[in-house]
Design a protein around this ligand. Sequence first.
Ligand code: ADP
Ligand code: MG
Length: 464
Amino acid sequence: MAPMGKILVQKFGGTSVDRPEHRKLAARKVIAAKEAGYDVVVVVSAIGRLGAPYATDTLVRELRQIDAAFPPHPREMDMMMACGEIISTAVMAVTLQSMGRPAVALSGGQAGIITDGAFGNARIVSLHPQSIVNALEAGITPVVCGFQGVTTVTEESEHGSITTLGRGGSDTTASALGAALNAAAVEIYTDVDGVKTADPDMVPDATTLDVCTYEELAEIAHLGAKVVHPRAAEIAMDRGIPLWVKSTFSDHPGTRIVADSDALEHVRSRVTGVTHSGRIAFIRLEIPNEADKPAVEQEVYRLMARADVNIFLTSFSPTAFSFAVSRDMYATARDLLDGMVVPVGADPAKRPASTLYIFKFLEGLDLAYRNQRPLLKSLESFVDVVDVPGTAFENGTMVSVVAGKHRQVPGVMATVYETLTEAGIPVHQVADSESSISCLVPENEAEHAVRLLHAKFKLGDGSR
Ligand code: ADP
Ligand code: MG
């Protein structure tokens, strides 16, 4: 292998390649890096956002529209979704060629990106970037499809199925390629100057961070800032690949992502930013008998797991048990729970059980309860039948303050809570992790809450 220069991976998101002028700006970033002596590997997303003819969401809609009652198979869905990036690599490669720079478009499979078979949310299992290396050695810029890979060829399967990596997957492609090629750096180009202290659509005076740790980036991404996919931050962190978030449309230096050990103390202990995420329903179940509560809860966990309903933000009081589910799973969760009967024996060896707990949602949502309950009537002479009333707060969202060492700074939690409640924003639940504090608030208060917290912690441009 001829010795190669330093490799730089540059990833361009949907808005960076949506129009000829934008693609030219993107191509200029590539050319500038080449002129600075890098071997550049380009990764692109599909062209534009929903509504644009080749945007991923548009392609998805095309298949879904065939028959509303017939959900497309995930395999064909991935085949369809992968088209967006195939189009944009061809367009970007030809753009570079037209500007006098040899380039070659590569699909995920051609770039050697091998994934597992989880259509729609596949994981990269190995990377064999020989074609990328060959192109670079020949002085040709590879333009690789983000967001996609292929499964390996096996005896029983076809010659590799096309898979996609889930939302934000192009970021993951870029980081994974950076790791596999031992790149000097990975640059994520987007339509904002870098990682900001809040979603700039909600908080116009959000500050662009000049430095941010991998942990901070992963946390704000997990908690809703869609600027970079959390998986991409994690891969880069694990492999120690320098990462940048920059704008295609400006010469702003962007945000440099560094290891925690390389960050200055003020970075490591600061409040990083405020995020919001998710459409959440919060379910509360009253279990009147404290002694039986663990057994009833366990049954709820089991039921939800069996139905693939992910539960989070769980909390407990002596006679209540609450948890959150994503809004799209709320109806499923409620219908599973309503009318469910959990037998609990005072002595597990004794039969029949001595108490039957039956779940009941609010009037109108308790259809199953009303069918089941009369059936238990005949048992009531030898078992207790106890109602477990369920209530739900359907229109919630999570607002989070990301702060590296908040547990070592007294009062952060109190400040968050007081700021929201004093402004009349009901906080339904509070949860914290190593580096964040999250509050479940009504969805229509999200913007207000984000702005208040952003101002309270003085994160705005010019306020620090
Ligand atoms: P791309 O298509 O380039 O991948 P995305 O839409 O995935 O772009 O991510 C960039 C967008 O993320 C920005 O336009 C911005 O509105 C949004 N965003 C949300 N939170 C943040 C944040 N904390 N910092 C920067 N951008 C953010
Ligand atoms: Mg993105």
